[in-house]
Design a protein around this ligand. Structure first.
Ligand SMILES: C[S@@+](CC[C@H](N)C(=O)[O-])C[C@H]1O[C@@H](n2cnc3c(N)ncnc32)[C@H](O)[C@@H]1O
Length: 113
């Protein structure tokens, strides 16, 4: 299923979440809007992804451009959502034997019940 085409079609869930999905051309804002439509009243939407980082300079410009900060996604939240967490959370990882600090863009929002 292509998240860029997702439609809730009347389904609803207490938790809708996606991790490290990075559609091009800032498409994540629209994906957030689509996923939010599947959150039940009182339910939560959790989106986690790679925040931009110097650690990603080896990637192509389009890949780097697909990364986001949590606040970049806020325009995708419908009005009946309250953003509970909008931040970049630090994470230590090891790549090619080198320890590095990354930041995960983290958006947690609750739909009014
Ligand atoms: C970096 S992986 C992350 C996998 C997993 N969510 C995790 O956190 O380990 C990105 C995933 O997004 C999927 N993906 C890429 N474009 C997508 C799209 N438009 N709709 C749905 N899934 C997509 C890929 O197939 C891949 O499984």
């Amino acid at each position: 299923m292509d998240a860029r085409r997702f439609a809730a079609d009347g389904r609803s869930f207490d938790l809708v979440t996606t991790h490290f999905l990075h559609p091009p051309d800032h498409g994540m804002v629209d994906v957030v809007r689509r996923l939010a439509s599947a959150v039940a009243p009182g339910g939560h939407l959790l989106v986690v992804g790679h925040a931009p980082s110097p650690a990603f300079t080896h990637l192509s410009a389009s890949h780097r451009d697909a990364m986001f900060l949590a606040a970049d996604l806020l325009p995708g939240l419908p009005d009946d959502f309250e953003a509970l967490v909008v931040e970049q959370r630090p994470r230590t990882t090891i790549r090619d034997g080198e320890t590095m600090q990354l930041h995960d863009a983290t958006l947690l929002a609750r739909r009014a019940g």
